[in-house]
Structures are given as structure tokens and as C-alpha cells.
Design a protein around this ligand. Structure first.
Ligand SMILES: *Cc1c(COP(=O)(O)O)cnc(C)c1O
Length: 362
């Protein structure tokens, strides 16, 4: 098969076609280098330029202030569940976590192995179909940091703005809505994101960390888990994930030059998601969204059908129609349409049409 189908996978997820084509064209030999990016030393001038440009483009895209470092690491967002408390949670201190889904649970589980953790708020009682109100978030003023997940990929709930504003450093797992809309980095102490949702392929994890927090990294922690050490070495303490960084760099250029930056990207994402939510809301209850309407994710649209049997049938027929990856996560059931930056509007339109037909026939 050489034709592309519509890929609704939650991650690794669809990449921009121009990025794939550029990578394909330059894979055999990078222009002017005569070797592929897979084969060159990470210490070579060619790769130095690739990682430098990736960082510069990301800084431009988001507007990252100078007092923040950008790191390209490995180990996925999951390793950040460990690295954040290992570096930012001093002995005897406590960290606050706002729990709105499975990824937050993962982050808390790892942090508890390293120190004291408080749940500042949780929405577990309604199977994470909503977000806490500001008044329900009880911060410990002494907390070393407060952690939240800006978009819970599995449940499909997304904060449209930061859930708290305080002097406590804000740490955010932004894996599944990274570069999907403008953000004010200055409100954050640390942001991390596994690349494979919205920024590139699996293998690279992006960390944006404020300089003063680097000083918290305790002496004697493993070098590969030490933000200060990794920052000092420009993400090249050891061999970085060169190819993944190269693709992320192409994605950042595409986001800047082809899409025109985060304002425009956010508008396009809003448009795609509202097509789908409108279809759900107009179905007389045949399709039911998992998330409450005011918490709906623009990236991961989660919904159910009247029965599990119909859900299975839907997925089977949708897959046959070239709509792939719609099966929801088992903890929510139903369906999930992941429609990241690179997911085309035409695919959303096709799904909406398919939903109407399926409802008519079933
Ligand atoms: C996918 C995801 C993760 C896990 O990412 P890995 O890179 O597989 O470790 C963590 N948090 C969120 C919000 C995610 O969407």
C-alpha cells in the first residue's frame, strides 16, 4: 500500500506529510554532507547545526524566554515522571499533583518512590471526565512544585489555561498538546513532552526548564537523570536521539513556515475539534462524549456508542473505510479520535460523514 489513510492514533501519531517527504528525500544523503542523518556523528558540524536549528525554531515557535533551557532527552515522558521529583523535590519537602487522568496517576506513582506527594485535586471519582474547579485545588504553599497534565490523552480532557497561579513552580506534562496552541512559558517552571504525539517521532522528549530550577538538582544523582548536567552539555552528555531530533526540527519548521505559528495552529485545531464535537452533540445521544463539554480536549476526542457491540462494529467498518486507530483506551472504552496538528481536516470531515451514515444504518 502506498496511499496514505487517515491515522487517528493517539501516539506515535500522524506526522506532517511535507516532513515525511523532506526526510525521505534527504535520507540517503543529507545535502552537502553525503551521508544520511542516521550515520553521522552527533559531534559533527552537520548535526550540531541540526540540533541548534531545532532549538532555535522551537524557541521562536513557542516564544521561550532566554532564562529557560531547552533539552532533547530520551526515556519518553514517563522518565520525566522520575526525573522531575529526582531533581526538583528536595529531601523532606513535598510536591503537589493535580490529578486528572492516567498520565497524572503515572507521574504520582513514580514521584511517591522518591519523596512526599500530595494530591492537590483529583477527578478520579467521575472516571476523569472533568477538570477540577480552581476552588477545588488546594495547594500546599510550601510545595516544592505543583504538577499537572495539560491534556489527558486517554480521557480526552484538556485545560484551556493553567489551573493555578501561584509562586510555586508549575510543572506540566504537555505531551499531547505541546505546540497545539500559544502558551506563556514564563508561567511555568518546567514543561515536558514526549515528542511522539504532536512534535515528532518516538525517541525524543523535550524539556523546557527555567534556569533557577537547574540549581535544585541534588549532588550525586545519576548523570543521565540530572537536568543540570544534561543542560550543561547541551543535551549531548551522551549520544542524543539524533534522528528523532532531526524530525522534530523539521516539524518545528513546518509549524512556523507552513502553518504560520501557534495562533493559526490553535485556530485550525479548534475548527477540527468542533466539527467532531458538533457531530457528537447533534446525534441525539447516539454518540456520547466522555468528557464534560467545558473540559473537552481539542486533541483527543473520546466518545461512546449505545453498546460495546456497536463500538466494535464501528471500529471495524471505519478501519475498512480508511479511518484507522479509533479504538479508545480500555480504561475509558469506546472510541478516541486523536487529531493532532498534523491530522488533516479532510480526515475529520470523513469521520463526521462516516458517523452520520453509521448512525443511520445502525
Ligand atoms: C503518551 C503520554 C505519556 C507517556 O509518554 P511516553 O513517551 O510513552 O513515556 C505521558 N503523558 C502524556 C500526557 C501522554 O500523552
Amino acid at each position: 500500500m502506498t496511499e496514505r489513510i487517515f491515522n487517528f492514533s493517539a501516539g506515535p501519531a500522524v506526522l506532517p506529510e511535507p516532513v515525511l517527504k523532506k526526510a525521505q528525500a534527504d535520507l540517503f544523503a543529507l545535502p552537502g554532507v553525503g551521508m544520511s542523518v542516521l550515520e553521522i556523528s552527533h559531534r559533527s558540524a552537520a548535526f550540531e547545526q541540526i540540533i541548534k536549528e531545532a532549538e532555535e525554531d522551537l524557541r521562536k515557535l513557542i516564544g521561550i524566554p532566554d532564562n529557560y533551557k531547552v533539552l532533547f532527552l530520551q526515556g519518553g515522558a514517563s522518565l520525566q515522571f522520575t526525573m522531575v521529583p529526582m531533581n526538583l523535590l528536595p529531601k523532606g519537602a513535598s510536591a503537589d499533583y493535580i490529578l486528572t487522568g492516567s498520565w497524572g496517576q503515572g507521574a504520582i506513582k513514580e514521584a511517591k518512590k522518591l519523596g512526599t506527594v500530595r494530591e492537590a485535586a483529583t477527578t478520579a471519582d467521575t472516571n476523569f471526565n472533568r477538570l477540577p474547579q480552581a476552588a477545588d485545588i488546594k495547594l500546599d504553599p510550601q510545595a516544592a512544585y505543583v504538577h499537572f497534565t495539560s491534556n489527558e490523552t486517554i480521557f480526552g480532557v484538556e485545560f484551556q489555561e493553567e489551573p493555578v497561579s501561584s509562586d510555586i513552580p508549575l510543572v506540566c506534562d504537555m505531551s499531547s498538546n505541546f505546540i497545539s496552541r500559544p502558551i506563556d512559558v514564563a508561567k511555568y517552571g518546567l514543561i515536558y513532552a514526549g515528542a511522539q504525539k504532536n512534535a515528532g517521532p518516538a525517541g525524543a522528549t523535550i524539556v523546557i526548564v527555567r534556569d533557577d530550577l537547574l540549581e535544585r538538582s541534588p549532588e550525586g544523582i545519576p548523570a543521565m537523570l540530572d537536568y543540570e548536567n544534561l543542560a550543561k552539555n547541551g543535551s549531548m552528555y551522551n549520544t542524543p536521539p539524533c534522528f528523532a531530533i532531526y524530525i522534530c526540527g523539521l516539524v518545528f519548521k513546518w509549524a512556523l513556515n507552513d502553518l504560520g505559528g501557534l495562533e493559526k495552529i490553535a485556530a485550525a485545531n479548534q475548527e477540527k475539534a468542533s466539527l467532531l464535537y458538533k457531530a457528537i452533540d447533534a446525534s441525539d445521544g447516539y454518540y456520547r462524549g466522555h468528557a464534560e463539554s467545558n473540559c473537552r480536549s481539542l486533541m483527543n476526542v473520546t466518545f461512546r456508542l449505545p453498546s460495546e457491540e456497536l463500538e466494535k462494529k464501528f471500529i471495524k467498518e471505519a478501519t475498512a473505510a480508511g479511518l484507522d486507530g479509533l479504538k479508545g483506551h480500555r480504561s475509558v472504552g469506546g472510541l478516541r479520535a486523536s487529531i493532532y496538528n498534523a491530522f488533516p481536516k479532510a480526515g475529520v470531515e470523513k469521520l463526521v460523514e462516516f458517523m452520520a451514515d453509521f448512525q443511520k444504518q445502525n
